[in-house]
Design a protein around this ligand. Structure first.
Ligand code: GAR
Length: 221
């Protein structure tokens, strides 16, 4: 099978991008990162991509009048690079249907909490404020809601009594770096099937190896 052609959207430090690039280099992920696009001109993620010899582009949301116009520019870049799947790796903008309809059920996000708990920003702080005893990370398909799309996999992290946002975020991030490449490899291997359910609910069903996702990944430690 041809390597999966990935386009990665980033806004920040890009440690998840790095984990994906490292997994490809170590032949644990049968994929190619065709393009990395950042909405933040100074994102460290762009530097990481350049160091790995990956094509980069800056598409600054501040240069566009509307979310749709920004999304159209992103779609153009992704199409030019012949991207099959779009990976949101710390991308801090909401995508509109303009983008999502160009890559139907082909946009994947990682979120630093066990969805549907604590969507949106500052997920780790939300978890600490609520007082949950476990949190973690979630890989899911992106829909037009905020962190609401179908879940593919999750990894659970204990919340410790002395955790701060920084300590909890670091432990979750370490899990993200294992989980995200793992799920992408499932996709590269053709093990993930996505289908619209019967009827008018509009729900999308995700299967891994013919069994309904989501999947708690014990091996993601
Ligand atoms: C990660 O923790 C990721 O889950 C989170 O931002 C961080 C990016 O780190 N994403 C979100 O909160 C998206 N809603 P990175 O830039 O080092 O990969």
């Amino acid at each position: 099978m041809e390597p999966l052609r990935l386009g990665v959207l980033v806004s920040g430090s890009g440690s998840n991008l790095q984990a994906i690039l490292d997994a490809i280099r170590k032949k644990r992920l049968d994929a190619t990162v065709c393009l990395v696009v950042s909405n933040q001109p100074k994102a460290l993620a762009i530097e990481r991509a350049r160091r790995a010899g990956v094509a980069t582009a800056i598409v600054n949301h501040k240069d566009y009048d509307s979310r749709e116009a920004f999304d159209r520019a992103l779609v153009t870049k992704m199409r030019e690079a012949k991207v099959q799947w779009v990976v949101l790796a710390g991308f801090m903008r909401l995508l509109t249907p303009t983008f999502l309809e160009a890559f139907p059920h082909r946009v994947l996000n990682i979120h630093p909490a066990l969805l549907p708990s604590f969507p949106g920003i500052n997920a780790q702080q939300q978890a600490l404020d609520y007082g949950v005893r476990v949190s973690g990370c979630t890989v899911h398909l992106v829909d037009s809601g905020t962190d609401t799309g179908p879940i593919l996999a999750q990894s659970v992290v204990d919340v410790r009594a002395d955790d701060t946002v920084d300590t909890l975020s670091a432990r979750i991030l370490a899990r993200e770096h294992v989980l995200f490449p793992k799920v992408l490899q499932w996709i590269a291997q053709g093990r993930v099937h996505i289908m619209a359910s019967n009827g008018s609910s509009g729900r999308v069903l995700v299967q891994l190896d013919g069994v309904r996702a989501s999947v708690g990944v014990a091996g993601a430690r």
